[in-house]
Design a protein around this ligand. Sequence first.
Ligand SMILES: [Zn+2]
Length: 386
Amino acid sequence: MVAPPFEIAGGAAGTGPLQADSGSGSPAPLPQRSPLEKKYGRPLAVKSGSRRLCRDLADRLPPHGQGFWESNMKIACLNMDRLVNVAIRPQGMPRADLGILYDLCAQDGPVSYKIAQDILKQPGAHVGIFTGAAVQDKMPKGESDGPLGAAAMGRAFQMLGYQVTMYTEIEGVQGLAEIGKLLGFEAPIVVLEKEIGQQTKDIAQALDIAVCTEKVGMNAKGVQHSVTGMNRNGMRAYVDPIIDDMNAMGKLTVGIGDGGNEIGFGNVYEAARELIVNGKTCACACNDGIVTVTKVTHLFPVAISNWGAYVVCAALAIATRRPELCVTPEEERAMLMASIELELMDGGTGLPRFAIDGVSGEASVGCVTMIKQIVDKTLETVERHF
Ligand SMILES: [Zn+2]
């Protein structure tokens, strides 16, 4: 008898029971392992979580027939998710294994798979993409992590027939527009006001789906922080109330982040505070740490936010069998080169470099090559007769 396809549970990620489906028909909890798991009384699937999930998926992969395609896509998504959770950080930048937080979010299925499936359930919907991380005097036009992934997702959604609106602060408009042009993508860019007001309510009403990537959020004291624990209040818009309103209306919300200070980490708040450097304390007067309280339907913790955004495009490409939705290595190289001219800074050094979050541009092109290869091979069939 063929095992049932891997079921994706409904509800907000991180809010349901954290269990892995054992494939035997009834969900079985993962064994308790670490002191952290004991502390929180629930499995965090530390280190082995993704492998366990992958084995579960492989065990039930029927060689042919019903369920083969779904299983194949889930394995591809899981492997892409793991690829973009290979953390590379120079010394001097806060470092934490966000793969642990990823595992928490993936207990009921690979995160990119869940995001793609939920987006595809709403054909033609109005999708808003939020990004932008300018820092006065340091990165006045923002950084390369965020806009590149946002433009890539915008293009993919548009190619699938979605209505797309981009949202960023005034400082980020030019960079986002120019990166979009490079990808042959154009969409309205709405300038986010930096005070919470009527615009907040209007945006929440207008959108069906919100996707935040590298978009800072508020901690429990309402303070925005950099990954290094610096206070960022007044420099950025407050997107949190938009997402809260949309959540209350039952709309799909997605958060992609690599630091814990971005929208969505409220889904894994306690674990993130425990794991992340500056999780519980910060360099500002609030001293409550950088982890945000804002929840989303799907949180996608990754090593670099752009990589997570590219994987969302890739998951959609597999689901719709349209590899052209992916970013190509040539496009990634061109976008990173253009970022230097546009003063979209390398977030690791705050300098205009062929780099992203302190990682070399070559490595990022390599990551995109791997993602694209996973998509192409997942969609390809070979006949081996020996
Ligand atoms: Zn603070």
